[in-house]
Design a protein around this ligand. Sequence first.
Ligand code: URA
Length: 364
Amino acid sequence: MSRIFINYRRQDTEGYVGRLYDHLLKHFDSGDIFIDVNSIQPGVDFTRALENAVSACDVFIAMIGPQWLNATDEGGERRLDQWNDFVRLEIASALKLNKVVIPVLVGQARMPAPALVPDDIAPLCLRNAIELSHQRFAYDVERLVEAIRNSVSAGFALKPQADMPTLRQKESALKSLRLELVDATESPLYRFRSENRAFPVLGEGSPDASIMFIGEAPGKTEVEKGKPFCGPSGEVLSEMLNGIGLRRADVYMTNLLLDRPPAKRDPLPEEIDFYAPFVDRLIEIVQPAVIASLGRFASSYILKKFDLPEQRSRISDVHGMLLQARAPYGDIHIVPLYHPAVVLYSASRKEMLRRDFEKLRLFT
Ligand code: URA
C-alpha cells in the first residue's frame, strides 16, 4: 500500500539492499518498491527526473553503510560533495518534498553529524534511524516495516463527525448550491441540457464525507437520473468502494463538469472555468479529509487548485500518490486515480486502481 523508495550507493550498501528488498517483498508488492531510477533519457534534466521519481514515493529509505560519508570517485573527490551525486540529489529531493524519510544504518555504520554533510542533506542526520544488524536482520526489518506503516498512517486522525447543527447547515448549503446549478442558464452546457431534457448533476453522498471523489463529467445515464456515477463507470466505482469496506453513501461523489458535454467529448476550458466555482464550494461545504480525483481532467484541476508540484505530471505518473495539501479549513490529502471508465476494458489497469484505492483506507 505504501510506495517505498530505497536510496543507496552501490559501493556502500548493495549487498544489504538486496537482502532488505527480499524481506520487504513479504510485506509489500514488488511494484511498490523502487530501487533504481529507470534510465534517464538523453536531453532530460536529470535533477528533475530524480525529483519526479522520489515524488512518487510515500516513504524514502536512505541506506547508510560504512562508506556512505566518505565514498570518493576515481579522482578522490568525496561523492557527497558533488552537486550531481545521485544519492545526495535523491535525499535532498525527499527532504524538500517533505517525504517520510527513514535513515537505515547497516554494516555498523553510525549516523554522521549534520556538519559533516552538505547543507541540503544535513536534516537527514537529525532523523531517528533504524539499524539493521547482521545477526538480527529479519527482526530488524520487521521493526522497519512497522515504522513504515506507522509513519504513513501518522497524522491520519480520522475526521471528526460533524454535530447535528453543522450537518443541517451542510445539507442546506448543498440544497442552495443545487438550486443555483439548476438555474445556471449562463452555463456553456445549459442549452444542451435543456434541449435534451437532462438534469444537472451536482453530486451525491454524505454531506460530511471524509472522502470526496471528483470525476470528469456526468454521462447519459447520470443526467437522466440526476445522480453521479450511476452507469458503467459507477459500477466500477462501487466495486472499488466495496473492496475497501465502503458504501456509496459513506463518501461524496461529484464531477468537474456538472452537466453532460455532447458527444462524449472532453471538457472544454471554458466549461471547466464555469463549473470550477461550484466544485470549489462543494469542497468547502463537505470539507473532505481526502480528495480522490478520477482521471486526468479532475486530477489536473485539483493539483493546480492546491498548487502541488505534480500539477504538470501525467496521470500515469501520479496515480495512487498520497499528496499533502492545504485547504482553507485545514490540511488535506489528494489522491489522483485513474478514471473508472479507463479500467473498464483493462484488467491490469483495474488491478492498479484497486491497489490505489487501498490508500483511501487510511481515511475510513
Ligand atoms: N463519468 C464521470 O466522470 N462521472 C460520472 O458521473 C459518470 C461517468
